[in-house]
Design a protein around this ligand. Structure first.
Ligand SMILES: Cc1cc2nc3c(=O)[nH]c(=O)nc-3n(C[C@H](O)[C@H](O)[C@H](O)COP(=O)(O)OP(=O)(O)OC[C@H]3O[C@@H](n4cnc5c(N)ncnc54)[C@H](O)[C@@H]3O)c2cc1C
Length: 307
């Protein structure tokens, strides 16, 4: 059976991994150049590194903990003991470590945006810039609004109730350390999260910080240019921590339009009436990496049950 998976975030890669474990050979397409989706690590100027998407990997279920333990034994996940005495799972050497672990053995085609899906008598045709062969099953794991555009009305009605909060994120490298704890939630009216990203285990450089604006501030400034966002957030960051512009070695911003699921679907995936098209993602069950893993593995189990 030929299976195409759209998206190499945690949902798509978890689905692929489960299918591969069962002897299938899915093909994964992602429009991005990297893998992991919102579990993202950026390197800059050859010396700075930032996790500008998911910060850590909370774990509530036994199955997900087993996966994290396996990834830890491969050196792709580690435990981060913060200076506040908290312990969190994180990817190593960046958050994408978890995605890379899941992607082992996956037939992955990056920089391949799927622009349309059409069902024919002999299977699904995926449109991309280069022609792709037909597939018996398709799994779409893009964020709900992007999935809606791709899969059409047959599957999308229940997706309309899904909502997201945006997140504007600042990445800053400092020439000297800031006098602040490793992590802070809601330290200012604008910021939801500030972290000394380089304090996580296995990071190559020092004094790299990640700052996330809260949902209201992000929504209010969402359509500004990335340079404007970086300037605004950097000013707030520097003044809050008593730093000067001359302390900054590097700064840039990222716009996550669909960052955190604020209203989820309430079921692990949706599927077409004939069972040949599945859609899922964190938007099915909640706002975290674990929810993406749950959705991806549930889709794979459904495909295997009906194969
Ligand atoms: C700033 C931020 C901080 C976060 N912090 C945390 C945290 O600390 N802990 C936590 O557990 N969760 C956190 N999250 C949420 C977590 O990142 C997500 O829940 C999870 O990564 C979602 O995975 P996914 O695979 O469902 O979706 P995504 O990661 O969005 O993956 C979807 C993939 O589909 C690809 N795609 C979309 N359309 C197409 C197309 N047409 N063709 C090909 N490819 C396509 C995209 O490029 C992407 O790679 C955070 C998210 C953000 C943005």
């Amino acid at each position: 059976m030929k299976i195409a998976i759209i998206g190499s975030g945690i949902t798509g890669l978890s689905c692929a991994r489960r299918l591969i474990e069962a002897g299938m050979a899915p093909v994964v397409f992602d429009k991005g150049r990297g893998l992991g989706g919102r579990v993202a690590t950026r390197r800059a100027e050859g010396r700075f590194q930032f996790d500008h998407g998911a910060q850590m990997i909370p774990c509530e279920t036994r199955g997900f903990r087993t996966l994290l333990d396996e990834a830890m034994s491969e050196g792709c996940v580690a435990q981060w003991d913060t200076d506040a005495g908290e312990r969190h799972y994180v990817g190593t050497p960046g958050m994408t470590g978890l995605a890379k672990f899941l992607a082992t053995g996956v037939d992955l085609h990056q920089a391949t945006e799927i622009t349309a899906l059409t069902q024919h008598a002999d299977g699904w045709e995926l449109e991309a810039s280069a022609p792709l062969s037909r597939f018996d099953r398709v799994v779409c794991t893009a964020p709900a609004p992007q999935t809606t555009k791709l899969v059409g009305p047959a599957l999308t009605q229940p997706l309309n109730g899904v909502t997201y909060d945006p997140s504007l994120t600042l990445m800053v490298a400092l020439k000297r350390d800031a006098n602040a704890p490793d992590t802070q939630s809601n330290p200012t009216d604008a910021f939801a999260w500030v972290a000394r990203d380089s304090a996580k285990p296995g990071r190559p450089t020092q004094n790299c910080w990640v700052v996330q604006a809260n949902a209201d501030w992000s929504a209010a400034h969402l359509e500004r240019t990335k340079d404007e966002i970086a300037t605004l957030m950097l000013d707030l960051f520097l003044s809050h921590y008593g730093l000067a512009p001359t302390d900054v070695a590097y700064a840039t911003a990222h716009r996550w339009r669909y960052a955190f699921v604020s209203r989820q679907l309430g079921q692990p995936f949706v599927t077409s009436r004939d069972g040949t098209l599945h859609a899922g993602g964190d938007w099915c069950l909640g706002p975290r990496v674990e929810h993406a893993w749950q959705s991806g593995t549930a889709i794979a189990d459904d495909i295997l049950a009906t194969a």
